[in-house]
Design a protein around this ligand. Structure first.
Ligand code: NAP
Length: 519
């Protein structure tokens, strides 16, 4: 029997337990996980709240030491992760190894960020005692940690957006304790990483409460966590219904708190009229690769493609179907996701004017949580007439939509919900003649791409993985890249404080030598 990690202790085995399933055959995995009790959730939150005071005073170097050590620790358990994670998620070994590298890479990226120190956005307004008609006081501001953060593991990134993934790494880097709610589909993976986090906290002399890991259902454990008054922010990646439920709960609290939920996006692709005939083949190859990567279970999966109507469009369709026919079925992350994928396709095919161009044999249904690619098509007028076609279908399916002129595309974009990405394909002159399409895309999307596919998100300084609702619940944020730290910090201004008292970042002599905005 395994139980939650509450600070440096293990939780009690409560009455209710659950098991994970192997999605390749839907057989249960023979380990019981005890769901956290209400008391355990409260204990974890109290420990986190106490740890928050100490952690807020940590220097960038102390935080970097922990983040780097954790990165090394996670790299060191990759063989265990390969064995447990492949069984729990159906993800192949190379993906587990790559995601391990991405996870440790993210931790090291945040270590570099806090070591450099500029992220705190230090602003200094020196006193002007002789200013007329009133003297100006000394004001100095910087970003400070927001407090304990609740993080929900993502089903589709069991490492990079789970226990020590981007949300946790950015929260620790900001100086916040983290309480993680494990995903029901991969508790063993969560526990392996959770044990590594605890060992690293001890090694780096971080306080108990800087981390806890809770097992249990979202509707009980997850909701108790979000409504606990010690929690000051939430990081989430998952369904629109789950993210929205948590957002509503957080806003209904006596003290509302920010929820950074990354939810649903169809990541539209627009083929402009300038695309050349000879480029169709490589475009189709690239699109099929992007749409079926990881059995289509990426947040940035390109789900809807707009192409010119007529002969050119027919050639794109034929070429794309050929490519998709070469892709087999794959194991999806869990039964729930697989069922939703099949239901999503069913719903799309029942829309007026939608034609099935290709669907991988339905016979894979029943063979574990397997699913194959699907290509559907419609016209832009049918698309505009039925908003159900804009819903995310999480999996390897593509809806091809034929348009006649650019004005129709502007109408489409004006009615579209917020997106993580929007991609435009064509030649440079298309951008000059686009009638404002890209300007419209900027309003609805967090990342706009030219002649590139949206999957394979680069983790770096300038990436934006966010977007207006329902891509996220806060379109001002990114959950990937160094900008993710800003979600878990808030500005504090110190007015009139003596030099010795001020944080190093704001001291007159700038001992940390960070970039500051000064006047
Ligand atoms: P999910 O059902 O939203 O679950 C994510 C986490 O939130 C889980 O820990 C879950 O708890 C919890 N949760 C769900 N509903 C909740 C609620 N009402 N209150 C409190 N907690 C709640 O997502 P999923 O299992 O990863 O996948 C389901 C669907 O989500 C997919 O089919 C797909 O449509 C969508 N999805 C989208 C993205 C994206 O980035 N666009 C990524 C992943 C999934 P439990 O552990 O108890 O389930």
């Amino acid at each position: 029997m395994e139980s939650s990690i509450i600070g440096f202790s293990r939780g009690d085995a409560s009455a209710k337990t659950f098991k994970a399933f192997n999605p390749a055959n839907n057989a249960s995995i023979d380990v019981n996980y005890a769901m956290a009790s209400e008391d355990e959730v409260n204990d974890a939150c109290l420990l986190a709240s106490n740890a928050a005071f100490e952690m807020a005073q940590f220097s960038g170097n102390k935080k970097a030491e922990f983040l780097n050590a954790l990165a090394d620790g996670i790299d060191g358990i990759v063989e265990d992760l390969v064995s447990v994670m492949t069984t729990e998620t159906g993800l192949p070994e190379p993906r587990v190894r790559a995601e391990t590298g991405r996870t440790s890479g993210q931790l090291r990226m945040f270590a570099r960020l806090v070591e450099a120190g500029h992220w705190v956005d230090a602003r200094i307004d020196r006193a002007q005692p002789d200013r007329q008609p009133l003297p100006k006081p000394d004001l100095r501001a910087m970003l400070r940690p927001i407090g304990p953060v609740a993080v929900f593991c993502a089903s589709n990134f069991p490492l990079a957006f789970s226990v020590a993934g981007g949300d946790s790494a950015s929260a620790w880097a900001a100086g916040c304790p983290v309480i993680v709610k494990a995903h029901h589909a991969h508790p063993g993976t969560a526990l392996l990483v959770g044990n590594e986090v605890v060992a690293t906290l001890r090694k780096c002399s971080w306080p108990e409460g800087a981390f806890s890991l809770l097992f249990g259902e979202g509707r009980t454990v997850g909701q108790s966590l979000v409504t606990n008054k010690m929690i000051k922010a939430v990081g989430f990646t998952g369904s629109r219904s789950g993210g929205r439920a948590l957002f509503n709960l957080a806003n209904a609290r006596e003290e509302p708190i920010p929820v950074f939920a990354e939810m649903s996006s169809v990541n539209p692709v627009f083929i402009l009229p300038g695309m050349k005939l000879e480029d169709i083949d490589s475009f189709s190859t690239g699109l099929a690769g992007s749409a079926t990567l990881g059995v289509g279970q990426f947040c940035t999966n390109p789900g809807i493609v707009f192409h010119p109507a007529g002969e050119f469009g027919e050639q794109i369709k034929t070429s794309y179907v050929q490519k998709m026919k070469k892709v087999g079925a794959g194991v999806m992350l869990h039964r729930g996701i697989c069922d939703l994928y099949h239901k999503g396709i069913q719903k799309l095919t029942s829309c007026e004017g939608v034609k099935v161009e290709y669907r991988f044999s339905d016979s894979v249904e029943g063979e574990g949580s397997k699913a194959g690619p699907c290509v559907l098509s419609t016209s832009v007028n049918e698309f505009l007439a039925d908003s159900a076609m804009m819903d995310e279908v999480f999996g390897p399916s593509t809806l091809l939509v034929a348009y006649d002129d650019l004005a129709q595309l502007i109408r489409v974009v004006s009615t579209m919900e917020g997106q993580l990405t929007a991609s435009v394909f064509g030649v440079e002159t298309d951008l000059k003649n686009d009638q404002g399409l890209v300007d419209h895309l900027e309003i609805i999307a967090g990342r706009i791409l030219f002649n590139q596919f949206p999957t394979g998100v680069e983790v770096c300084e300038s990436v934006v993985h966010g977007g207006p609702y329902p891509a996220t619940t806060d379109g001002r944020s990114t959950s990937v890249g160094t900008g993710a730290i800003l979600r878990f910090a808030r500005p504090v201004c110190y007015q009139g404080f003596p030099e010795e008292w001020l944080p190093d970042e704001l001291k007159e002599g700038n001992p940390l030598e960070i970039e500051r905005c000064e006047s």
